[in-house]
Design a protein around this ligand. Structure first.
Ligand code: ZN
Length: 430
């Protein structure tokens, strides 16, 4: 992930959504949604969480994970026995969440995933037996890599393509996890989109997004990756609605309705802004960090869909599971890769957990996948040493890279994730 991943949001007046509907049932005119492709919240789905946590637990998750930067009482109000969460700002309707009075009066609820502790393990089966893990190789890669801005090339060297590299790591990791008893699925298993839509499907929506941002007669096309005004073109906006908006939401549908895993691992390689894709800037920095969902900004909580999805995630208690996994795996990866922790320069994130490598951040995938999600960001692809290791490809044993014997970067990635998972599940499934 690089900073270019996250473009400033374009705020849409609610009336605009009337002409943005791709699925007419998705939203009503009253919804204030973050994205033309966002689903309208269904607050009734949260009824099953009534009295499933105490006020103390709710506050712990609210202030330490999800609303670390605070939240206005325009959106969430706390009372002694319940919390009120804004559903609709125009009609001022609120969702009431009642707390359990004591730990011993907690109601239990159903959810689609299981904690490590609740998974029964038969004797003499693998340490991961019965655990359903979905591997989500970040981005699409292949013919789509340049459009995704996840591609650069130096002279005659093999192009660096994040979507292909993350898939390579996932394919290495899967058999290793299966050998230990895990049931592994792929959210994406080729360098093709999961979404059935293509950029042209979103040209109408792209025009509406641009109109809402004040561009009355936007240009259709841009002249190339260096075009400074490309973001104001119909093509660029329809492409981003395709490869980010639609693609990630389609993956979420797959995860939540078909794969239904106990854990999703989102695999990425990091980068710092490289500028010209055919003459990329190289930097000295190289680092590692992992992300879990959290640290919502007030501007994000103002959207009906994000506020609802934040609360759904909080109430599912996915954090308590994913932070333990993320912390353990981060510590193992730090040891194996020798990488320092990434230091964010923005305040959209907050460090959580104990390893020093894990941050909370509100990403679409970590928000929409309804189970524990750990999102990996090791290695800076436009760091000289990382680039040399990517060029060396996959190999057994070690090879000299800048005078130091190193394993294949892909194996190091897969093996260090595996080692961390083993350490965590060994500690809880004795
Ligand atoms: Zn990425």
């Amino acid at each position: 992930m690089i900073s270019r991943h996250f473009h400033p949001r374009i705020f849409l007046p609610p009336c605009l959504f009337l002409c943005l509907f791709l699925r007419p049932s998705a939203a009503t005119a009253a919804d204030h949604l973050s994205n033309p492709l966002a689903d309208s919240p269904n607050w009734k789905l949260l009824e099953k969480y009534q009295r499933t946590l105490t006020r103390d637990e709710f506050e712990r998750l609210l202030w330490n994970v999800y609303c670390i930067h605070g939240v206005s009482d325009e959106f969430i109000r706390l009372d002694r026995d319940f919390a009120c969460i804004l559903m609709d700002r125009d009609t001022q309707t609120w969702f009431t969440l009642r707390f359990a009075k004591h730990e011993r009066t907690l109601r239990s609820t159903t959810r689609g995933w299981r904690t490590a502790q609740s998974l029964r393990r038969k004797k003499r089966t693998g340490i991961l037996s019965g655990l359903k893990i979905a591997l989500d190789p970040g981005h699409i890669g292949g013919d789509w890599a340049k459009m995704e801005e996840r591609w650069f090339k130096v002279g005659d060297a093999v192009p660096v393509e994040e979507g292909e590299m993350t898939l390579r790591v996932a394919k290495m990791l899967a058999p290793k996890l299966r050998a230990l008893g895990a049931l592994v699925s792929f959210v994406r298993d080729k360098t093709e989109p999961v979404t059935p839509f293509r950029p042209d499907s979103f040209r109408g929506a792209a025009r509406a997004v641009l109109r809402a941002s004040g561009a009355e007669n936007p240009r259709e096309d841009f002249s190339g990756p260096d075009d400074p005004l490309k973001e104001q073109t119909v093509r660029w906006q329809s492409e981003i609605l395709f490869y980010r908006g639609s693609e990630i939401r389609q993956r979420a549908k797959l995860v939540n309705s078909r794969l239904r895993p106990d854990l999703v691992l989102c695999l990425h390689f990091n980068a710092e802004a490289w500028g010209d894709e055919r003459n990329p800037t190289f930097i000295d920095k190289n680092h590692l960090h992992l992300l879990v969902n959290g640290s919502y900004l007030e501007s994000e909580l103002a959207f009906d869909d994000e506020r609802f999805e934040m609360l759904r995630r909080l109430l599912s208690r996915a954090y308590d599971e994913e932070i333990k996994i993320a912390d353990t795996v981060a510590a193992t990866m730090a040891k194996e890769t020798q990488l320092p922790p990434y230091q964010y320069t923005t305040d959209t994130v907050a460090r959580v957990g104990t390893s020093g490598y894990v941050y909370a951040r509100n990403l679409v995938a970590t928000r929409l996948y309804q189970c524990p999600v750990v999102y990996f960001e090791p290695y800076v692809m436009n760091n000289g040493e990382v680039f040399a290791r990517i060029q060396a490809g996959d190999y057994e044993g070690t090879r000299p890279i800048n005078g130091v014997e190193r394993p294949s970067i892909f194996r190091e990635y897969a093996d260090s994730v595996l080692k961390g998972l083993l350490e965590y599940y060994r500690s809880v499934r004795k």
